[in-house]
Structure formats: C-alpha cells, structure tokens
Design a protein around this ligand. Sequence first.
Ligand SMILES: [Zn+2]
Ligand SMILES: [Zn+2]
Length: 366
Amino acid sequence: MTRTTPPRPVDVTAIFPELAPFARTAYRLHPRNGAPTAHDSSVGGPLLWPAEEPWPSCAGPHEWDKPKPVRGDHAESLEGVRTTRRLLREEASRPGPRAERLRPEEREALRQANARVPWPANPVPMLPVAQLWARDVPLPGLFAGTDVLQVLWCPFDHDEDGKPYPRVTLRRRTAADVTDVLAEPPRPASVQYSGYVPEPCLLAPERVTEYPNLMELALLEPGLAEEIEGESRWEAAGVRLDALVAEHPDLDPDDAERYEDLYRCALSLAPGWKAGGWSTWGRTDPVDRPCPACGTPAEPLLTLASTEAYGDSGTWIPYEDRDLVRWGHGDVESGNQAALTLGDCDTLQLHACPADPAHPFVDLVQ
Ligand SMILES: [Zn+2]
Ligand SMILES: [Zn+2]
C-alpha cells in the first residue's frame, strides 16, 4: 500500500528562501482499513506487547468518581461500537433504498448495539491507538534508541487541561526484546464515545516537508510572517491566485482567496495523522509547550486526527485516493478510515522533549 501526496502547487521556499531553515520532516501516516498484526505499524491494531508485562489501565478519576456524577447510562459498549460499524458498512454496501438494506433482525441488532450502558468501574484497561515501527517511520526522535513506539489511551474523558479527551500513555520498546507476545490483552467493556475507538488500519507512511503555521511563524520570525501575509513577494514571483486555482482543480477557491490562505491550506502543514512536523494551531493562538521535566520546548511527535483533510482543500489528497467520493470525518468509507473523532473534529498532537524523550510528553488539542 502506497499513498503519494501531489507536489505543492507552489514551491514556497523559491519565493521565500528565508523559510528554508524552518523546513521540518513529517511522515503522513495515511491510515487505511486493514488487518494489522502486532508486527505492523498500525492505528487501532494489536500491539507488540510482552506477555509478562502488565497491560496499562487507568484508575481515574473519571466522571463516575465525581461527588455528583452524571447519572444514568452514558457509556457505549465496545462490542456495540464494533457491531454498529459493521452493520453500517454492510448497509452502505447493499443496493436498494436505505430503509430496506438491513434485515429486520439486523435492524434490531443495530438498535441494541447503540444502547448506552452504565459507567464501568475502575481501573479501565487502556485501548491500543497506534503503533509505529522505526523501519516504517524513520524519525529518530520518535524512538529514542528503540524501534517501536506504542500509544494507548483510556477511552473516557479526562479534563486535565479544561478540555475533555482520553488520557494517553506512551511506550517505547525494542522489538528484539519481545520474545513472547501477549495474545489476548484486556479490553475495556465500554468507552465514553464511539469516536474514541480507532478502527484497525494499516499505515502507508509518506515523508513530506512542513513549514510552521503562520501564527507560530509570526512569533519565530515576525518579518517573514508579514511578508507571507502580504502580496508583493508573491506577485513579484509571478504567483497569481486565480491562475493557480484554474491550474489546480483540487485547490478550492476559498483556500486561495488570499496568499495567506494558500500558505495555510496548501503550503505549510499536512492534514491528518502524522509523525513529526510542526504544531497545529487554529482553535487557539500558539502557546508555549515546555517539557514538564526540564523546560525545553517540546516538539510534535505524533498527531492523532479526526479527519484527513482541511475543509474542502483537495491538494493533500493522495493520487491513490482520488476515486474517493469525498473526504470527511466520522465516516469509515471516506478519508477518516481510522474513525477517530475527538471533540469538534479536533486533533490531539503529542509533543515530546527533544532533550530527553524519556521526559513526560505534552499534549495539545487543536
Ligand atoms: Zn481514564
Ligand atoms: Zn525535557
């Protein structure tokens, strides 16, 4: 499986050579539904976990630990989430009017699968979210001398930073040390939202180059950010927005209304799941991300995304996916095959300390 991002519509460093020192490597992961094993890089797949090592679990605090918890049945059964997705895929794949595509007993199974269940008890076994092998995503900062990076989370809301999302834990390990793989890891019986359950996906990591978000660049190099927002350098280089839109049918006119839109949508940050690269901003202005242990500014490690596309901009859609009707979120048939939905189509970007990867990571929701 290969995914190839088309070249950017404009070579931005040819117009702004001062931007070149800000180039950073990122790997777009391109999660696509499949049947990963513990020996694959994956999203939502089994992890290479030593049989003798305890599986991580979360002791809370959760909603049900609060003095006045929201009462009633609010969790979703993990099995129900899987059943719902399977039945909806089957419904989508059958011909005929939608109301007649499922048999009555399947409709009843769908209703039962969708029923909410009571809050579980602590501790909650964590759910595998992603596993990256160094051979597939050769960014040394990810692995710190090991060759497998694993991400798990507690699929219930934790609002440490005032914004609820799952609690993440990372593991790094050397594959050769794992002789006996845990065959049946514990699974949580339920989750807060179905969007917290990633569908099993294989990855097609692809190396791309990113440049900082304009708001971050304005902090790093204010004069350069202003020039990119202006028109004169672009015009002097012969870049005309209407001509670009005419030349690139995938470039949505809204994404090329101003030069700064073009930079934001098509020239700076890649959308979707990725490793490395630059921080995503937009929900908030940039904030410092110091390492909690030593204060060194933390850098993006891994981005967990609710969508593989920004708005309608199609320039990031790989050649191999051009036949997809449309990219969206929350739809296993479209760009978001990992089926992850965080908040309002947010990303969760894990940042690591470049001075010592063993230091605690910093998370950023945007
Ligand atoms: Zn938890
Ligand atoms: Zn540190």
